[in-house]
Write a protein that binds this ligand. Structure first.
Ligand code: TRP
Length: 445
């Protein structure tokens, strides 16, 4: 139970609410959805089983777990530890965006400015403001830090058990409402019907990165949670349940946002490519249309804030724990270092659409996009590749199969072996190489 709750709370977050819909819009709707689903049930399933089994087998987390399995391979644990440190700061910046909207919905009614939030430039003005995004980002970091440092976690977890289902019910209602609007059916078609002409290696890379991110894979989290699991618990079944919940929530969030983009912005190429701002631009329009913008916006962003907060808390705890373990510092010192690093790294992400707009990476990536790309499209595939090779060829898949088999047996051992030894490593390598070559401009699909 502790495992399921921890895993589900860290799985469901901004990844589902904010990241999944904008990627689905950007990468061609139905085709992205299809690739994503295929990856979740094959590769994602195998990788999550692997991580959970490593955790339960060793009873340890991160670097220590890898070191115990083979003393020369603790380096995999190092890469894995670096990832949450890169994700956390920009996650908090997005958390800050959620706070900005919540604040606006709560105060603008009094000032009679509620219509502004759904205006064309509200989002663009906000992220381009000189200091505002940073202030909200830092506020979100401090909230997260408060919970992690003073152990208020239980309270948050308890409230989450009520708030999370409420968020889902609300998302369902919003999705239903948007689907009834003119033009929404076009959006539904775009979202659900795969258009194979839009398929490219980018779809696969995008979907793969999103899968790692959303399921909290390839960053040592599931290893840690697996170490909480008892011997008699069924790993396959738990993993399947987590995947169902997480994927279901993502699908629902896409349903809430994509048809609405068609209904309220006509589904133009520009609207579909809005990128990280998609949710923040689309939802206020839906809320304004209902006539109850202040109430609906206020409740929705409160619930979203909680979903973001629980994920940020477990991300921050992971960073604290790895600093604490690796450098043998006190926990208080590790907390302080984490706070400083997070705040520092959040600055470029928060200001990257405003004062530091002129700094771009590769083709037009802002700081936030860059950190997101670095973690999800580079480091996580590399960590996953190493994990697969390590399990497939060094310690042997039987270690995982035996661990996962427990009392009930493991359903598809052969499939698992083929997946972890050949299919997954090959897929990751091909995707990584083609994205690097095309990044360097040597290759184009
Ligand atoms: N899965 C989380 C989400 O969908 C984000 C996330 C990635 C995360 N890695 C994590 C959360 C580690 C907690 C711990 O929003």
């Amino acid at each position: 139970m502790a495992f399921m709750l921890a895993a589900a709370a860290s799985a469901v977050g901004l990844g589902n609410l904010w990241r999944f819909p904008y990627l689905a819009a950007q990468y061609g709707g139905g085709i992205f959805l299809l690739v994503y689903l295929v990856l979740v049930v094959t590769f994602g399933f195998a990788l999550m089983i692997t991580e959970v089994a490593i955790g339960r087998h060793t009873g340890l987390s991160g670097v220590e777990a890898f070191r115990t399995l083979h003393r020369r391979f603790s380096c995999i644990g190092w890469i894995v530890n670096l990832i949450p440190l890169i994700i956390l700061p920009y996650y908090c910046v997005i958390g800050g965006w959620v706070m900005r909207y919540l604040h606006a919905y709560l105060t603008y009614t009094r000032e009679g400015r509620i219509a502004e939030i759904a205006g064309d430039t509200f989002f663009a003005d906000f992220i381009a403001a000189p200091a505002l995004p940073l202030q909200y980002g830092l506020l979100f970091i401090l909230m997260t830090f408060g919970v992690v440092a003073w152990g208020l976690k239980h309270g948050i977890e308890r409230s989450n058990k009520i708030l999370m289902p409420l968020l889902l019910i609300m998302a369902l209602a919003i999705a239903g409402y948007s689907l009834l609007q003119d033009g929404a059916m076009e959006g539904l078609k775009f979202y659900l019907m795969p258009d194979f002409s839009k398929f490219s290696y980018k779809t696969v890379l995008g979907a793969m990165g999103q899968m790692f991110y959303s399921l909290s894979l390839a960053m040592g989290i599931m290893i840690t949670y697996g170490s909480y699991m008892r011997g008699e618990d069924n790993i396959e079944k738990s993993v399947r349940q987590i995947e169902w919940v997480d994927t279901g929530v993502s699908l629902l969030c896409g349903l809430m946002i994509i048809p609405a983009v068609f209904a309220f912005s006509g589904g133009s190429a520009e609207a579909m490519n809005a990128g990280p701002g998609l949710m923040f631009i689309t939802l206020p329009r839906v809320f304004a249309n209902t006539g109850y913008a202040a109430a609906i916006g206020g409740v929705f962003f409160t619930l979203a804030l909680f979903a973001a907060l629980t994920s940020a808390i477990s991300l921050m705890e992971t960073v604290v724990a790895s600093i604490h373990d690796t450098f043998k510092t006190s926990r208080a010192f590790a907390c302080l270092v984490t706070l400083l690093l997070t705040a520092l790294l959040a600055v470029p992400s928060a200001l990257g659409y405003g004062v530091w707009k002129h700094v771009t990476f590769f083709t037009d990536m802002s700081f936030l996009d860059f950190f997101d790309f670095l973690s999800n499209s580079v480091l996580m595939p590399v960590a996953a590749l190493f994990t697969c090779l390590f399990v497939g060829w060094i310690i042997g898949p039987h270690v995982i199969i035996n661990e996962a088999a427990g009392l009930r047996g493991f359903k598809h051992p052969r499939l698992y072996v083929v997946m972890i030894r050949y299919v997954a490593p090959l897929l990751i390598t091909i995707i990584l190489i083609s994205s690097m070559l095309s990044g360097l401009g040597l290759f184009k699909i």
